[in-house]
Design a protein around this ligand. Sequence first.
Ligand code: ADP
Ligand code: MG
Length: 394
Amino acid sequence: MADYLEPVLPGSYLGILGGGQLGRMFTQAAQAMGYKVCVLDPASDSPAGSIAEKFIQADYTDSEALKEMATLCQSVSTEFENVPAQALDELESLGVFVAPRSSCVSLAQNRVAEKNFLATWKAETNIGPAPYCVIEREADVSHVPTDLFPGILKTARMGYDGKGQITVYGMADLAPAWAELGKVPCVLEKRMDLDFEVSALVVRGYDDAVVAYPVAQNIHRDGILHTSTVPAPSLKTAQEKKIIEAAKALIRKIDYVGVLCVEFFVLKNGDIVANEIAPRPHNSGHYTMDASVSSQFEQQVRSMARLPLGDTRLLAPVSMLNLLGDLWFMGGEDRAKEPAWNQVLSHPEAKLHLYGKSDPRIGRKMGHINCLGESLNQARQSCAAVAVELGIEP
Ligand code: ADP
Ligand code: MG
């Protein structure tokens, strides 16, 4: 067994790879706890880089930059799941505690590895992925089992928010769809008859403690998360228990330290299917910032600093509304116009979070609002009312 490492205490630097909104909310949580933060991101101006004590602008594979980070930080985590595994390994070889480590992050970077892993995991948890097959070369296209149609062809790498996906209705559509995706490695997945979607958020500490948040129920629009509601309105208690047990088993199985999100589909027939994993805090866990004893970002800080984990208890029912750049272009104007935040904030239970991004674009995640309620219904009604203030279609 490796030597036991002491915790990294407040006052020290913590490092984060990636400067997007997840890195920013991590930075804010770390700073609230008295840490200093070093952000590494290739872009000159980023939501996290602009508020961190130290910002290194460099490519993730820039050895000099990684050395600089390693000099400052005893512990590094990632907010960007496509950070090259090589960067994480390089930091580790420089003596940095990297959480989660590269093998865990790599698993989530490639849908082929991810689906294969989820398929083996089924033996243990009774929850597997949707039926799928791998398409890597021309010959694979003609050997697809016909019961996968209608299916969804997804690129193995770099897909997010529904990008890199094409619905394929039959054999005849498959070759053109694969060509459209550039003939890169893909998985073809059977399109399932979804009743609703949920995600489990679990955290594992350096001491092997594992905690889980209540499961969130998620609604997507155009492939992008729209709302997350907790407690999950449609989920049965037994289903929630099964999902949480499965996610806890998974995080232990891959020896993961940090915050992990697992997305699931609940099918019309009640079956549960595992969709994908994210090796970091997740958009569907943003509700924890206002509605939980400890936020997912505080847990990221605690786990990477090798501290005891925080309480995951829900303080109030909550519905989170994502704020996309589209809101700046409502009413058909082509120049960005600031949404009516004053009207949103006239709902005192609505907690506004904006990520400090200067150029709103259609589909870009700009912020979110957590709507708390004394009951689940109140939280959902508040979320609906706030959406109306912003002109979002019900
Ligand atoms: P991303 O990495 O873009 O989030 P996902 O695999 O999670 O990709 O797919 C995005 C969304 O597309 C899912 O949240 C779900 O709504 C829908 N979807 C994906 N795979 C399936 C499937 N096999 N059957 C039905 N719907 C699916
Ligand atoms: Mg997804």
